[in-house]
Design a protein around this ligand. Structure first.
Ligand SMILES: [Ca+2]
Ligand SMILES: [Ca+2]
Length: 469
């Protein structure tokens, strides 16, 4: 009945109602809060986690880089339990990015190192290639490193009345040319047979003749001592005649044009008679004991067959030089031929203005000694520690003595006086051209350059010629 009392007191009743209203609102609010707390605890937790996460994120932004760097440097990982998934992802991505950068830097360094290595390898390969070309061009490694031996003919044999000096010899003939072979003076009861790939005619005891085949090629002929088994071999090369050159080409091989008129009308400058056909099969043929056919090939690029002119007198001189070189203590199995035959086409292509180089006639060779070391360059022949022009003196002097003294001795000896010279002249023996043709030729020294080392030019043109001294 209290409320009735309140109603009866208007002022007191009003204050009581206000208090009641406030109490009921507060109770309602508390009830609502309690309801929310019990009914939606995840929401509150989520709000709390979000705030924690926000706090951690701020912390991670502030500290994750140095911590991550430190852990990466130490090779340890941060405790995952203390980090949120997002932070861990960020750290992971940063690690990946850093690792990627590191790899890229490494790869960059590797690439730059690799590029340098590649460049160095390419330069080395280029040097090696040049060297291989040089060596392939100038050094014939098919000769075994056995001590030099002159390999002289074990018994005397004459080819067209000229002696065959060595165990292995070569003759360069035209198709259908007649050839004679004979064994010189020997002891009685010695028997010899001729082994030949074509039909020969026996014209006497140990004397044969035959006509060279019409077909161009190599025809090895052997004379065999039946009791000893010793042989003298003659490699007969049937040449392609000069007349087969058409428009500067011989069977597709670029030869070029020879001068129409011989220099000073000298016999040495008449057109070559023919050209040896060089194939892959015959290019390694020994044409003398210490020289192979391919050493004299022109250096111009071409497919097979290739062709070359070659004078057998040059081979005789080169073998004699090689013998002298070995006798002087410079042991080498062959002489390196920097340049043997040159076609007029190639001679012009390498910048030679003269059309009368003896290389075009196949009786010249630019030579050097290359055995110690075998590197495609002249050896230190004068033992001064340097490979230069002075090393050519050794070779030059050998050829000089080979040529001159024989002529000088012959002409200045008591045996050769004016009446005798006249007498010999009447028989043609002392004819100047013939004498010089057999005993002298061209001789020169060349300095090293960017393209080649020092070398000696030697030829058997039969005319006294010197330069480069
Ligand atoms: Ca050398
Ligand atoms: Ca030297």
């Amino acid at each position: 009945m209290e409320w009735l009392v309140h109603d009866l007191n208007p002022t007191g009743t009003l204050r009581t109602r206000q208090r009641q209203r406030l109490r009921s609102r507060a109770a309602l609010l508390l009830l609502l809060l309690g309801f929310c707390f019990f009914c939606f605890p995840p929401l509150l937790h989520a709000q709390s986690s979000a705030s924690k996460q926000k706090k951690n994120l701020t912390s991670a932004r502030t500290h994750s880089v140095p911590r991550t760097r430190a852990t990466v440097q130490r090779g340890k990982s941060a405790p995952r339990s203390k980090l949120t998934a997002r932070t861990q992802t960020q750290i992971k991505s940063r690690r990946v990015a850093k690792a990627s950068t590191k790899i890229k830097r490494h790869r960059g360094l590797s690439r730059s190192r690799a590029a340098l290595a590649l460049r160095a390898a390419a330069a080395a390969a280029a040097r090696d290639a040049t060297r291989r070309i040089l060596i392939a061009t100038n050094y014939d490694d098919t000769f075994p490193p056995t001590p030099y031996a002159p390999e002289l003919a074990p018994f005397p044999v004459l080819l067209n009345d000229e002696p065959l000096v060595f165990r292995t010899n070569s003759a360069f003939v035209l198709p259908g040319e007649t050839i004679t072979l004979a064994v010189g003076k020997t002891k009685k009861n010695n028997a010899y047979i001729l082994q030949s790939p074509f039909k020969t005619t026996t014209t006497g005891q140990h004397h044969w003749s035959w006509q060279a085949p019409r077909e161009v090629g190599l025809y090895p002929v052997k004379i065999l001592h039946t009791a000893w088994g010793a042989t003298v071999q003659l490699n007969v090369f049937v040449m392609a005649p000069f007349t087969q050159i058409e428009d500067g080409e011989l069977n597709g091989y670029q030869v070029g044009k020879y001068p129409a008129a011989p220099l000073h009308e000298l016999e040495a400058y008449l057109l070559p008679r023919g050209f040896i056909e060089v194939t892959e099969e015959n290019e390694n043929t020994l044409i003398t004991p210490h020289f192979r056919l391919r050493q004299f090939l022109c250096k111009q690029q071409s497919d097979y067959p290739k062709y070359l002119a070659l004078d057998s007198r040059l081979l005789l001189v080169l073998e004699t030089i090689l013998k002298k070189v070995n006798e002087q203590g410079h042991h080498c199995p062959t002489l390196s031929v920097m340049s043997g035959y040159r076609t007029p086409h190639y001679n012009r292509a390498i910048g030679n203005v003269t059309s009368y180089s003896r290389h075009l006639w196949g009786d010249a060779a630019d030579i050097f000694v290359d055995a110690n070391p075998r590197d495609g360059e002249m050896d230190d022949l004068n033992s001064d520690g340097v490979i230069d022009f002075h090393d050519t003196e050794v070779l030059y002097d050998i050829v000089f003595e080979l040529y001159e003294p024989r002529v000088q001795q012959f002409l200045t000896s008591g045996f050769v006086n004016a009446p005798i010279l006249q007498q010999l002249g009447a028989t043609g023996f002392a004819d100047d051209q013939r004498l010089q043709r057999h005993m002298t030729g061209g001789l020169a020294r060349y300095r090293e350059s960017g393209g080649h080392g020092p070398f000696v030019h030697v030829d058997v043109r039969g005319i006294f010629t010197r330069w480069g001294r």
